[in-house]
Design a protein around this ligand. Structure first.
Ligand code: UN1
Length: 496
């Protein structure tokens, strides 16, 4: 067996070990005995060195013309595309989701990188008339400074790319921290950026735990911007930490997304959507369709098909071509799922399929759990209210569109929602009334594209959006510029 590689931090253009002298293991969630790599267990000193490097590099990077920054991103996007298959395979080994999905994850990074590369030649501001004569007004985007990018394990390359690409094209420098479960995919992304010509210190990469590395990244006085995707609990801590020095924070947190199926829906299509939305990525997406609200008139017909299809999903190692659902990321996540299934049973939800860990044979050493459906849920049950982040779907019967919308909106989160109907009036009503940042018609709650704003309302986020030009609004600040060429003092509001 080839020796397991030890990966280092990237600080100021050098690949270095942590000053802690400690490391941690990255293992395959389909089989914990398989070691993917050894990574640095970094500490505050490492973060401080990375922030200092980013701060130094900012002085020159902010002056590089954005089209030139974009050219580096174009090169990175092309390399990502050339190496897509290899990157996806490595991602499945560290994260567990099936190859089709890790290919999609890398593709999302490719799309985002091309998109933001193109922004290098746009970064549009506005020009607008002045209320005064011989005076010119415009708004321009200014970079902000050092950004801390703290990312989750469920989209190990796509989500880092949502953050780093707009940050860079806007002229910021970054310190990136991957989730401890999936540091390899971010390492690959960072290496590709480095090979594409990103100057030293502009992109820094520090691995390690949230307590030490994450905490310092969100409190360091020289950090101006923190972008975080993860749990609502940690997001609250990020928000508190940032408020001390008014760092800008972009928070993408939990979801309890809903698919609503009306009487007139194409039921087979809705079942396809509920399966993909609920069990894709083993339910470990913040956009996962963890609730399905079905009109009572078609409830039985829908459930018969949905349960049967869920039961026949092939669970296993995501590298196997026939496998449809991979493992959970780690033992902790599996325990959470087990706890919620117990909660659901005690609340009186009807366990229709799944509800058990898969063990023995190919499942040994992995964190596998059967696709699980709870039927006849009350909308107030905890399994219908709280984010589980696993392959558990809670189905709630309803009476018509209005009640579906009320149930759909009746959670603390507001990321994604979807409606299956053939009635255009219903579709537009729900589009208007669903309080989520993302809404789908006749498609599940997952599958956002990179050129549209991504994010949620209520306790899912803090009002910012990622992806699209919305990301530029977060990674730049507006500077309003007034040029008076009248050669006289003109007082706004007074001489106008
Ligand atoms: C996430 O679940 O954390 O829309 C991100 C989607 C993907 C991104 C999901 N494009 O499901």
């Amino acid at each position: 067996m080839a020796p397991v590689k030890v990966y280092k931090n990237l600080i100021d253009g050098e690949w270095v070990e942590s000053s802690s002298g400690r490391t941690f293991e990255n293992v395959n969630p389909a089989n914990e005995k398989e070691l993917v790599g050894i990574f640095q267990k970094s500490n505050q000193q490492d973060v401080d060195a990375a922030v200092a490097a980013a701060k130094g590099a900012y002085k020159t990077w902010r002056l590089v013309p954005p089209p030139k920054r974009g050219e580096i991103l174009f090169r990175a996007a092309r390399t990502l595309a050339e190496r897509k298959e290899e990157l996806a395979t490595q991602m499945t080994r560290e994260m567990g989701k099936i190859l089709d999905e890790t290919r999609g994850d890398v593709q999302e990074a490719i799309d985002m990188t091309f998109y933001m590369a193109g922004e290098g030649r746009r970064l549009f501001g506005q020009t607008t008339p002045s209320e005064l004569r011989n005076k010119f007004c415009m708004s321009v985007r200014s970079p902000i400074g050092v950004c801390s990018l703290i990312t989750p394990w469920n989209f190990p390359m796509a989500i880092p790319s949502w953050k780093v690409m707009p940050a860079l094209v806007c002229g910021n420098t970054v310190v990136m921290k991957p989730a401890t479960d999936t540091p390899l995919s971010m390492y690959n992304l960072v290496r590709i950026l480095e090979d594409s010509g990103i100057p030293r210190g502009v992109v820094n990469y520090v691995t390690g735990g949230g307590g030490e590395v994450g905490e310092r990244l969100m409190t360091h006085p020289d950090v101006r911007v923190v972008s975080f995707t993860g749990s609502t609990e940690v997001g609250r801590r990020v928000s508190e930490a940032c408020s001390q020095t008014f760092k800008h924070s972009c928070l993408e947190m939990g979801g309890k997304n809903v698919i609503m199926v009306l009487e007139d829906a194409n039921l087979d299509l809705a079942v396809d959507g509920a399966l993909w939305g609920g069990f894709g990525t083993t339910g470990q997406r913040c956009t996962a369709a963890s609730r399905v609200v079905v009109d009572k008139k078609v409830y039985k017909a829908f459930m018969d098909k949905f349960v049967e299809r869920a039961r026949s999903l092939k669970v296993g190692n995501g590298l196997e071509p026939t496998v449809q659902m991979g493992p959970l990321i780690n033992e902790g996540q599996l325990k959470t799922v087990e706890e919620y299934v117990e909660i659901g049973k005690n609340e009186g939800a009807e366990l229709l399929t799944g509800g058990k860990r898969l063990t023995g044979g190919e499942y040994d050493g992995g964190h596998f759990y059967a696709p699980t459906i709870f039927g006849d849920c009350d909308p107030k049950m905890r399994v219908a209210q709280e984010e589980i982040f696993g392959p558990v779907v809670s189905v709630i019967p309803c009476d018509g569109l209005d009640e579906a919308i009320e149930i759909g909106n009746g959670v603390i989160y507001g990321l994604s929602s979807s409606l299956y109907t053939r009635n255009v009036n219903n579709a537009f009503k729900a589009m208007r009334d669903m309080e989520t940042g993302i809404f789908y018609v006749n498609a599940p709650t997952i599958g956002a594209e990179t050129h549209l704003p991504f994010g949620g309302t209520k306790q899912t986020g803090n009002g910012h959006r990622e992806a699209s030009t919305a990301a530029l609004d977060f990674y730049s600040e507006w500077k309003s510029v007034y040029v008076d060429y009248s050669d006289s003092l003109q007082r706004a509001q007074i001489d106008a």
